[in-house]
Design a protein around this ligand. Structure first.
Ligand SMILES: Nc1ncnc2c1ncn2[C@@H]1O[C@H](COP(=O)(O)OP(=O)(O)O)[C@@H](O)[C@H]1O
Ligand SMILES: [Mg+2]
Length: 330
């Protein structure tokens, strides 16, 4: 499991290593009763793999990244919106119309034949209304949630992930070059330990300012994701090219073709896609702009032959990639 996760989430080994034992405890039948299997708060700069970790776990445990009960806390910023999660009490307006999101059925639906552990993600928890945070207290503590209709949901077979960008702005400041840290690409002499510790301190302080102590106490692990260095971004680019190829093969079937992105073009993408502030999200945007969009135009014009090789060459001006629809492969 560790190897499968590390193939998907690049450059965050400490976080993965910390999460895995909780899953093994469960698989061994040794998880404590009356609590979720694990409660993890993932912190750190944007685009460093927090949400990706949760998807990758779903892929590894269930064979599908979609086997996650995901609550985007940004959608529950107002107190009245929280009823969408647990349903209104009988007799209240909207009791019939509101299908609560956090039911036992929905929780069980993200299990799979191969694994009966549900992964629950409360994304960007700092945006949630206060009542959602209070509601979460019971879930984190006793693994139960009481719904509007008075039924209860059991979270004893759940891994609960909370993600937060709390402290992200302060962290970006820590990472800025004038602090002697040009992206983490240039690692300081101590292998980056001091930068890691500084990020952690900033993140944890922000969490303690925002959340009540009883909330913080119920979290098993607070994990601070590190900004990605050049080597990590290079691997992520490789993953993204690979996943684009898989996507094409799945979508186009017989009519699919092969992508070829030579080293110089990759370097161009990495140059454009490196950002301390947005992490790998900038790389994704760069891929979109210089690879996917031109490719889509070419395919839409019917200029790519099935089985051919499409090459992304660095344009002679060096400011964009040239897409060359190629010959049919032998
Ligand atoms: N450490 C990483 N390993 C692999 N891919 C990553 C990593 N970090 C970010 N990505 C890529 O960037 C995208 C955005 O990252 P995400 O995990 O959503 O960021 P956040 O940390 O803000 O939750 C992901 O879908 C993934 O494609
Ligand atoms: Mg995220």
């Amino acid at each position: 499991m560790a190897a499968q996760l590390a193939e998907r989430v690049i450059g965050q080994p400490e976080s993965l290593d910390a999460i895995i034992p909780y899953i093994q405890m469960y698989q061994a039948g040794l998880s404590p009763e009356g609590r979720p299997v694990g409660v993890f708060l993932l912190l750190g700069p944007t685009g460093t793999g927090k949400t990706r970790t949760v998807e990758a776990l779903a892929e590894v445990l269930h064979g599908n990244a979609k086997n996650v009960l995901r609550i985007d806390c940004g959608e529950y910023q107002m107190e009245h919106e929280v009823a969408k999660l647990i349903g209104a009490p009988p007799g209240y307006l909207g009791h019939r119309e509101t299908q609560p999101l956090l039911t036992q059925v929905k929780l069980n639906a993200v299990m799979s034949e191969q694994n009966n552990l549900s992964i629950v993600l409360f994304d960007e928890i700092e945006k949630a209304a206060g009542s959602l945070q209070r509601l979460l207290l019971g879930v984190l503590d006793k693994a139960t949630l009481r719904l509007g209709d008075n039924s209860t949901v059991n979270f004893e077979r759940s891994l609960i992930f909370l993600t937060s960008n709390l402290g992200a702005r302060e962290m970006a400041r820590e990472l800025r070059p004038e602090f002697g840290l040009e992206t983490a690409a240039v690692r300081p002499i101590d292998g980056g330990r001091s930068a890691v510790k500084r990020l952690e301190t900033v993140a944890v302080a922000a969490v303690k300012r925002k959340f009540a102590p009883e909330f913080v106490n119920r979290i098993d692990l607070m994990l601070t994701y590190q900004s990605l260095d050049a080597a990590a971004l290079e691997k992520i680019l490789e993953l993204q090219v690979q996943s684009l190829q898989e996507h094409l093969d799945r979508r186009l079937g017989e009519r699919s073709f092969s992508l070829e992105v030579p080293k110089r073009s990759r370097q161009f993408l990495l140059r454009h896609g490196t950002s301390v502030e947005y992490g790998a999200r900038e790389l994704k945007r760069t891929m979109h702009r210089f690879v996917m969009q031109p490719l889509a135009a070419l395919v839409a014009e019917g200029r790519v032959a099935p089985n051919s090789v499409v090459r992304f060459e660095l344009h002679s001006g060096g400011e964009r990639l040239e897409v060359l629809p190629g010959r049919r492969a032998a």
